[in-house]
Design a protein around this ligand. Structure first.
Ligand code: FES
Length: 128
């Protein structure tokens, strides 16, 4: 990893496998980097509920969703991160909480750089 004032580069070999989280820092920002399918996303290590260590101590989980007919099914595999403090879940791709649209984790911009990625403090949402 290489770091600058506003961004950090992560080599392909250092990117986390599905279900794992790589922690990076840009200045005072602690950021969790995670893979969702072929995409890489970056979220703040701070839960919007009460400030828990969402990424450094959280867990990537799969949601259980209710179908229109009332039966249950699994959602996209590993698409949520669960806070260790009060177990709220957040969507890795958007930072939103599925049960409370007002709760949102800060997301960081991610762009491809060769085989690796660059995470920056830009507020541009979404991963790559
Ligand atoms: S601090 Fe994360 S769910 Fe409460």
């Amino acid at each position: 990893m290489s770091e600058g004032d506003r961004e950090v580069r992560i080599a392909a070999a250092d990117l986390p496998p599905p279900g794992r989280i790589a922690m990076v820092e840009i200045g005072r920002h602690r950021i969790g980097v995670m893979r969702l399918g072929e995409e890489i996303h970056a979220l703040a290590d701070r839960c919007p509920h009460r400030g828990g260590p969402l990424c450094s101590s959280g867990q990537i989980v799969t949601s259980i969703e209710r179908r229109p007919d009332g039966t249950l099914d699994l959602g996209p595999e590993g698409a949520l991160i669960r806070c260790p403090w009060h177990k709220w879940d957040f969507d890795i791709a958007t930072g939103t909480c599925p049960v409370d649209g007002h709760m949102r984790v800060r997301t960081y911009a991610v762009r491809r750089d060769g085989h690796g990625v660059v995470v920056s403090l830009d507020r541009t949402p979404g991963g790559v």
